[in-house]
Design a binder for this molecule. Sequence first.
Ligand code: SAM
Length: 336
Amino acid sequence: MTIVDLTRNQLSDSFSRPITYLRVSVTDKCNLRCVYCMPEGGLDWLRRDELLSYEEIVDLVRAAASVGVRAIRLTGGEPLVRRDLHRLVEGIAAIAGIEDIALSTNAVLLEEQLDGLVAAGLRRVNISLDTLREERFYEIAKRPGLDRVLRGIDAAIAAGLGPIKLNCVVMRGKNDDEIEAFAELARDRELFVRFIEVMPVHENLGLQRDTYISADEILERIDAIHALRPVPGPPGNGPARYFAYEDAKGAVGVISPLSHDYCDRCNRVRLTADGRLRLCLFGNHHIDLRTPLRAGATDQEIAAILTSAMGIKPERHHLKLGEASSQMRAFSEIGG
Ligand code: SAM
């Protein structure tokens, strides 16, 4: 264990953006097969020895914290399919400088794991949910599970993890007729429903082109029913813009990487399950951290690699309708 000085060496990229947020993918596997994300037969999974161990992830997060990373989000694939995730949360929670540990999950396995995760230090959870109808859940996710997801949401609220952010990828002709029903969820409960524009990756180009709906259209459709007003979002580190009905407890948000990018505010980098630091979700820029780590690099040496990696973080992505802008086949490879 190395003593770190938390006041020095804050990460910042070539465009003077402070980088304080690290999204950590713990697995490339998932228990769902959402049509916009993963082929039904799955992908070529990483081998066990390619995956970072929890101890290795903790080492990397400690080095990142020493250069200013303050918030961690665990993602995947589906993070809850990796055994004993609470052990990783506990390890990260003990790192000096880490102020926020959050989880992105489809919530199918959330209810049964929640107590252990909260006891270990989990503070926030984002839950993906694209439909409120069971038969449609199967059409989109190619697996059953809506009842378990809804129980997971209730359990997370009961455990005090609210306000919960629900992430809904909107696709024309598949679930866009539920936009208003999702917006209603944010009226009575302290839920933040975030509508996400479907983004192009190699595995979904045709579907993305055919089903894309812009965030502006989504907002117009909700606003046509009841007027929305801009509101501040819940605490967090993300790029969503939020709006609410006059009397609502929660709010709706939009995440619009295609129609309104927010690269100028980018504060994040990503660690893949096999130990690569990805500088942009939609670019091929990455640095291998696993090799130096397994060769015995110290925290300071890893921190120096992180600092110099900031030099290749691109200024912005170049997403276009129906075109993949990187080699990424699906978000599960990098952690969305
Ligand atoms: N399994 C976890 C979950 O469901 O939140 C974490 C990983 S998942 C890849 C993270 C988020 O990315 C989910 O909200 C998912 O809906 C979203 N996502 C995946 N592929 C996407 C795409 N092509 N366009 C937009 N969002 C996508």
